[in-house]
Design a protein around this ligand. Structure first.
Ligand SMILES: [Zn+2]
Length: 131
């Protein structure tokens, strides 16, 4: 995944009405990329199931847990079709830099607290229309 992603304009507002904006890059994952990503995570879980096989007693719990966990992780990751890339922006109130962390799921409006002035910020895509 070396591409830059599609820009998504975000509107930022805080309680007293000050607003700001930023752009988050969104990577759209195709079926192959989703499968690869999900398989990698499931593989780690199944690898852990194998490793814990050699630990007495706890293996009764951990082996089935990691085996089932692998399928659950695969299912969850396979369904996620986009990645929001990490982006720095500034607080509309105090201008402190805040990092929007890379993540694959965001429920809009997304709320974040400014680490400096503790103001609750509400982030929302300017155009909610999606294909
Ligand atoms: Zn702030």
């Amino acid at each position: 995944m070396s591409e830059m992603g599609t820009p998504l304009s975000i509107h930022i507002e805080e309680l007293s009405g000050r607003t700001g904006s930023m752009e988050v890059a969104v990577l759209q994952l195709n079926v192959q990329e989703r499968r690869k990503r999900a398989a990698k995570a499931a593989g780690i879980s199944w690898g852990l199931a194998f490793v814990t096989l050699f630990f007495p007693i706890v293996h009764f719990v951990l082996v089935p847990l990691f085996l089932i966990g692998g399928f659950v992780i695969f299912y969850i990751l396979y369904r996620r079709d986009r990645i929001y890339l990490e982006r720095a922006y500034s607080c509309p109130k105090c201008a402190a830099p805040i990092v929007f962390l890379s993540r694959s799921e965001v429920s809009w409006p997304h709320e974040e607290i400014c680490p400096k002035c503790r103001t609750m910020l509400r982030l929302m895509p300017i155009s909610q229309a999606r294909s």
